[in-house]
Design a protein around this ligand. Structure first.
Ligand code: URA
Length: 229
């Protein structure tokens, strides 16, 4: 879980830094089964144990931060506790948002879940709030819904997408694919330019209103299930 080497942990245990059900675990060779309630029953250096493997994080991705493990500049992983970088299995983003896109981003160490959500075959709906440089001209809803729009450089048309107009320069768009820069390229194809893009929903899971940009929280099973609804 990234807390340290076996030697580090043995040292921490010897000095009373690992407490389970109020008792110090002085010998690091003692085995305690992993369970969901472990973070409530165990503290490490006085703090609740991190969540065990199988965690899902909802982050409100801020502007200018990259969904990558190794690119230059600020990364989404920098927003999580530093030791989480050393966890095995590793934590990864479920799909990616562009550096200039904000909003709902999930991260997990559960490979099956990652695949179930991000596989192109899953066809899960993703809803984005779009702010445009120019007023909508009224043709976009039909164009995006047509299933006949082929973006420059692609060889297949896009699946139908749903546009809900909020104002002349603001809309919600729901897509079921995850092509490269998809939403920006769709509006470019319609002669417009996306000035701001924020993901609001994945399936029926909404970005929690109370989560400020850059903040994150762990999701429970019921919340994760909303993605598939
Ligand atoms: N479409 C985009 O253009 N960018 C994103 O980050 C997500 C969808």
């Amino acid at each position: 879980m990234g807390y340290g080497t076996r030697k580090d942990i043995a040292g921490l245990a010897r000095t009373g830094g690992i407490v389970f059900d109020q008792g110090e675990i002085l010998d690091a060779s003692i085995r305690i089964p992993v369970s969901a309630d472990l973070p409530r029953r165990m503290t490490v250096a006085g703090k609740p144990l991190d969540p065990p493997a199988g965690l899902v994080v909802m982050m409100n991705k801020p502007l200018g931060v990259t969904c990558s493990h190794k690119e230059a500049g600020e990364l989404v992983y920098d927003r999580l506790p530093a030791r989480w970088r050393r966890r095995k299995p590793a934590i990864s983003t479920i799909g990616r948002l562009d550096k200039q896109t904000t909003g709902l981003l999930l991260l997990t160490d559960d490979g099956d879940l990652l695949h179930r959500i991000s596989s192109p075959r899953s066809r899960l709906s993703k809803t984005y709030h779009v702010t445009l440089a120019r007023p909508l001209d009224g043709t976009e809803t039909a164009l995006f819904a047509s299933g006949r729009l082929t973006l420059r450089g692609d060889d297949k048309p896009l699946a139908p997408a749903v546009l809900e107009i909020i104002s002349e320069t603001e809309a919600l768009i729901t897509v079921t694919e995850g092509r490269y820069h998809q939403v920006r390229r769709m509006f470019a194809a319609a002669g417009n330019f996306v000035e701001a893009l924020r993901r609001e929903r994945l399936g029926d899971l909404r970005l929690h209103d109370t989560l400020a940009p850059g903040r994150w929280k762990l999701l429970n099973k019921e919340e994760i299930a909303l993605v598939f609804r």
